[in-house]
Design a protein around this ligand. Structure first.
Ligand code: GLV
Length: 318
């Protein structure tokens, strides 16, 4: 019997490709650049499985271009790039890669938080520009982290991993998450509403999924509740924050700094944001370690294999 066909939309770690080839006839957009929409529409015509990325829009048009599709395996924990409802109506199984990227993403969140608090990136640029003329009592003052309060928006796997790290910094942890059963969250952490979290936290970190309810959740009104020493970190999805309102808050010193791994219209970043010294900007690398990306790719491969073999995949979302 011929092997079923899978299309992989970009170069991914080799162990996952090797594993896929055991089961599938593999086609790949063998590039580190995103596939174009036209290429993707043409590539999935005969595919029974699709291994795609968060940068690929898997909407109704794309799914209709793939009449034989049984599985969409997303190489990401977030799946807001996929029309889940339409996929479900077509009995297409959608899978993601939860769990394996939790700790890496929590680590990167802390890298951003600390970089913002202590002006690490600004300091590095200052030194490289030849502007360092010696120690100064007023030079590049940041804000302390130890024993402060962190507010976590979204207390799932990644939010909880960020909270665990905060304990090492002697921090008080506040959290907001309307979707989670409070019984599943440690009583050491204080559940609160979003307004109180914004007004009372020295550091705010976002770990919610992007849904219609969380789009622009952090808006001008909530930013106005934050204080001039507050640091906002977003490693979840850009559109959760109203970027125009955030730029204003950064420009007017309404908050101290923002650490952003994600952007509202990725990969476009407004010039006004690029111009802010009090923003640390990263190219969506929350899970980008060799170990984690390999685990994610292998999990995405196992998801697709399980669906095609008629068994339960490690992580299905519909
Ligand atoms: C990355 O942003 C992911 O959702 O895995």
């Amino acid at each position: 019997m011929p092997k079923p066909g899978i299309f992989v939309t970009r170069n991914i770690p080799q162990p996952a490709l090797d594993r896929l080839e055991e089961v599938f006839s593999l086609s790949i957009h063998a590039s580190d650049q995103a596939i174009t929409r036209a290429q993707l529409l043409a590539a999935v015509k005969e595919s029974e499985a699709l291994l795609c990325l968060l940068t690929d829009t898997i909407d109704r048009e794309l799914l209709d271009a793939a009449p034989k599709l049984k599985c969409v395996s997303n190489l990401a924990v977030g799946y807001n790039n996929i029309d889940l409802e339409y996929a479900s109506s077509r009995n297409i199984v959608v899978c993601n890669t939860p769990g394996v990227l939790t700790e890496s993403t929590a680590d990167l969140t802390w890298a951003l938080l600390l970089a913002c608090a202590r002006r690490v990136v600004e300091g590095d640029s200052f030194v490289r520009a030849g502007r360092f003329e010696g120690w100064g009592p007023m030079l590049m003052l940041g804000v302390d982290v130890f024993a402060k309060t962190i507010g976590i928006i979204g207390m799932g796997r990644i939010g909880s991993a960020v909270a665990r790290r905060a304990e090492g910094f002697g921090m008080k942890v506040l959290w907001f998450d309307p979707l989670i059963d409070p019984q599943t969250v440690s009583a050491k952490y204080e559940r609160t509403d979003l307004r109180h979290l914004c007004a009372s936290s020295d550091f705010i970190s976002i770990h919610a999924p992007l849904t219609p309810a969380t789009r622009h959740l952090i808006n001008a009104e909530l930013l106005a509740l934050m204080r001039p020493h507050t640091v906002l970190v977003n490693t979840a999805r850009g559109p959760i924050v109203n970027e125009a309102a955030l730029i204003e808050a950064l420009r007017d010193n309404g908050i101290f700094a923002a650490g952003l791994d994600v952007f509202e219209h990725e990969p476009e970043i407004p010039a006004e944001l690029l111009a802010q010294d009090n923003a640390v900007l990263l190219p969506h690398i929350g899970s980008a370690s060799v170990e984690t990306r390999t685990k994610m790719a292998l999990m995405a491969a196992e998801n697709a294999i399980a669906v095609i073999q008629g068994t339960e995949p490690p992580a299905r979302v519909n």
